[in-house]
Design a protein around this ligand. Structure first.
Ligand code: H53
Length: 804
């Protein structure tokens, strides 16, 4: 699987590696540590990408193209070494050079640390989009925060999640270039007089960048990450002299805390002052950089909206709307109307949720204190906006209240999603169903006011990360069938695989690949959990953040049902399964953590009992991250996408799994709908309420207890939950019976029956393999390259700029 390389012979690579070892690490082959070698290797690969980057930058400078600036509080980039080796086409040279030096490439890859600067789907999507932008030769920069501590490391103690800090740069990050001389001041607090803001606190934003190479192209874009630094005068020497060491560094700590830690929540609002500070910090630094870059090739403001488009990834960077207004009004002296036209022509907003609790709002009092000038500007934006609303709906105070950027009750708050829609030229959801529901529910009054502003751009995933890097066996098999590996840049070509589904020799090879991948996974699961999985059992996987709406609990309830059936001897129709879980819960999310404990407790029951483990074994793989995904996804046979319909915006593990030939068991939620449309209803296990039925059931007055009373197997399952571990998890059962917010009981029977169908289908392994091949062959649409082309066509209007 080699990519056109830069024509570097192996011995030259070795020379470069040794030179970097000497010049960059200051050591020799004899005395170098494994870390020295790893760093020198990374630098040697990086050097080649820098050469490409220099050319890309020159092309951009010459052509002065339109740029996409992607603003996101999260990026889950995954390991850089395997990606950069592949993209630079240097993997063979590197392997040969390392072998000559007697070094094991796998051991060095273990030292490559994954920058876990995100929580889940949203952060990984941002990384896939940057990968696709570079691959599609679109001029782009991603902006984010360089958190000192990324997403926490997860372990389990007595089945409960334990979080440990992720000090990802402990040994340094060889992929990064710091630019301490390019610091930007960011103000907080203070007062406003005559529209002039004097902040009380200034923190410095220090940028560093990493290279984002495209695959199969020479383009290398950038991701620029900002870290908070205290100004030089912040160290209090006199206090230090008095022995008050803690106080001496107080101001430094306060400033630097801003980029200290990624907030480990996902899809819920976390109202913390520090988080708002992070958001303002990111957008201020990013906008300064964007303006600086614009000025390299342009003067005045006339061309700004032609050269700059800024995508806001969820509400986290939405303060950028107010900040750009502030820059244009207060620093550049533009009048309101002109400034507003520029702002409105620059931003586009992606909404990633339907959950009202995930749409951020900030107390007006907090914004007033932290960012007084921004609050004034937001009031003014709202004033002008509400005039427009009044014109559209004269006398309709209900509309005004509904649409206003300021929520009045029960507390005055700034609604960031409203600010985003008002301040953006385009708004998009991330799957067809999601975009439709956004228009009909969450953002309905806006869609009625400005229907033309609303779009859908269905998410996608990087085929490089989740096929080429994660699943070299399957990638090799597909390439041998398609005759080349160009399909990794043109994923629609996977459709050429369809005829192979009818070729029994190919089906055998496909099955062999799956089996080998399951073997790798089993080895890993054994090493980290002690659980011995059977590589011939169906790998049934659920990998995603733990959240009640995603319904990991329903997954566990099926396993409990199987336990009872096996104990009763009802084993006809059962097939051996490896039930695999991966995912983290926000540390403060008790309900999700209880479900995790339940999953681990049930795993202990099945794994510790021979009769049960003949049919079900269960492994909860700790610390699920991009590297974990790369291991689990290629092995998967069944993809669990079982959220309550109408709750998951899109989902992206569903796409990665289908691409790798897993069959989906799922509800009509998020992108599942489009996956099913494409792979065909016959190749997808559908169950459960749809979004409309779910709403109707709730409106009719949902009583979970009546479902419990009507279904003895469900009763048995819930009673089991209430009594497992001496009743330690009784609350889970109580919550199901009394509340069951996500209609788990209502979907239980349909899910169990659908799982019975899955088992039946698995028994005809050849037919299953056919379906598996068709899933992959028909999933080309879910490439992030297509996503980026959709954004380009509908929202960004950014022509590609391939290198001359
Ligand atoms: O974003 C993914 C979606 C997924 C959605 C997720 C997400 C977050 O990870 C965090 C916050 C948020 O509002 C949404 O839950 O459905 O696939 C990428 O769009």
């Amino acid at each position: 699987m080699t990519v056109a390389n830069d024509g570097v012979p192996a011995d030259e690579f070795e020379t470069d590696l040794l030179r970097n070892l000497a010049h960059q690490r200051g050591t020799t082959r004899q005395s170098a540590s494994a870390q020295d070698i790893y760093q020198a290797l990374a630098l040697t690969v990086r050097d080649r990408l820098v050469d490409r980057y220099v050319k890309t930058a020159a092309t951009y400078y010459e052509t002065n193209p339109r740029f996409v600036y992607y603003l996101s509080a999260e990026y889950m980039l995954g390991k850089q070494l395997p990606q950069n080796l592949l993209y630079s086409g240097l993997q063979n040279q590197a392997r040969d050079a390392l072998e000559k030096l007697g070094l094991d490439p796998a051991e060095l890859e273990d030292l490559d640390v994954e920058p876990g600067l995100g929580n889940g789907g949203l952060g990984r999507l941002a990384a896939c989009i940057l990968d696709a932008l570079a691959t599609e030769d679109i001029p782009a920069v991603g902006y984010g925060i360089r958190y000192d501590l990324g997403i926490f490391k997860q372990t389990f103690e007595d089945g409960a999640q334990v979080e440990r800090p992720d000090d990802w740069t402990f040994y340094g990050n060889p992929w990064e270039f710091a630019a301490p001389d390019d610091q930007q001041p960011v103000g907080f607090y203070g007062k406003v007089e005559d529209g002039k803001w004097t902040p009380d606190e200034i923190v410095l934003g220090e940028p560093s960048h990493m290279l984002v190479p495209g695959y199969g192209t020479q383009t290398v874009n950038l991701i620029r990450l900002w870290r908070a630094r205290a100004s030089r005068a912040s160290f209090d020497l006199s206090r230090f002299g008095e022995g008050r060491y803690g106080e001496a560094v107080d101001a430094i700590v306060r400033s630097e805390n801003i980029s200290k830690v990624l907030y480990p929540d996902d899809s819920t609002e976390l109202g913390r002052e520090l988080r708002l500070k992070q958001q303002h910090f990111l957008v201020t630094c990013a906008l300064r950089d964007i303006v600086r870059r614009y000025r390299l090739r342009n003067t005045g403001w006339d061309a700004f909206t032609e050269k700059v488009t800024i995508q806001l990834n969820d509400t986290h960077p939405v303060m950028a709307v107010a900040e750009l207004m502030r820059v244009l009004l207060d620093e550049e002296g533009l009048d309101w109307d002109r400034a507003w036209l520029i702002v409105r022509g620059t931003f586009a907003y992606t909404c990633h949720t339907l959950l009202p609790e995930a749409l951020e709002t900030w107390p007006v009092a907090l914004v007033e204190r932290l960012l007084p000038r921004h609050m004034e500007i937001i009031y003014l934006i709202n004033f002008h906006f509400l005039q427009e609303v009044e014109q559209a709906y004269p006398g309709d105070t209900g509309r005004l209240r509904e649409l206003s950027i300021i929520q009045e009750e029960p507390e005055r708050r700034v609604r960031m999603a409203h600010l985003a829609v008002v301040g953006a030229k385009a708004v998009n959801g991330v799957a067809e169903l999601h975009s439709k529901l956004l228009r009909e529910t969450t953002l309905r009054p806006f869609a009625e006011l400005w229907p033309e502003r609303f779009h859908n751009v269905t998410n996608g995933v990087s085929p490089r990360r989740f096929m080429l890097i994660a699943n070299p066996r399957l990638t090799g098999l597909i390439s041998s069938r398609l005759g080349d590996h160009d399909w990794l840049r043109d994923l629609d070509r996977l459709s050429e695989l369809e005829p192979a589904a009818d070729d029994s020799a190919f089906r055998d090879q496909w099955r062999e690949v799956k089996r080998a991948n399951r073997r790798d996974l089993a080895r890993y699961a054994r090493a980290v959990t002690g659980v011995a999985l059977d590589p011939d059992a169906m790998a049934d996987v659920m990998i995603k953040r733990f959240h009640e709406y995603k319904r990991q609990l329903l997954r566990v309830m099926h396993v409990i049902t199987l336990i009872h059936r096996i104990r009763r001897g009802e084993t006809a129709g059962l097939v051996p399964r490896s039930v695999i879980f991966g995912g983290k819960a926000a540390p403060g999310y008790y309900a999700a953590k209880r479900i995790m404990r339940l999953a681990n407790a049930v795993a202990d029951v099945v794994n510790g009992d021979q009769q049960l483990s003949a049919y079900v074994r269960m492994a909860f793989l700790p610390n699920y991250n991009v590297s974990g995904a790369e291991l689990i996804i290629p092995a998967a046979d069944l993809s669990e996408q079982i959220s309550l319909a109408g709750k998951e915006a899109s989902g992206t593990s569903n796409m990665k799994l289908a691409l790798n030939g897993a069959l989906t068991i799922g509800t009509l939620d998020g992108a599942n709908v489009e996956i099913r449309d494409r792979v065909g209803a016959d190749n997808f296990f559908l169950f459960g309420l749809d979004a409309g039925q779910a709403v109707a059931l709730k409106q009719a007055g949902y009583r979970p207890r009546s479902w419990y009373e009507a279904d003895w197997e469900l009763r048995e399952t819930i009673d089991f939950i209430a009594t497992i571990d001496g009743g330690a998890l009784r609350e889970v059962a109580d919550d199901l019976l009394n509340r069951d917010e996500y209609l788990t009981l209502a979907d239980y029977r349909a899910y169990i029956e659908c799982q019975d169908e899955v088992a039946h289908a698995w028994e005809d392994r050849d037919a299953w393999t056919r379906m598996s091949i068709l899933n992959a062959a028909r999933s080309g649409f879910f490439s992030a390259d297509r996503t980026v082309r959709d954004y380009g066509r509908e929202i960004w209007h950014t022509p590609a700029v391939p290198e001359a």
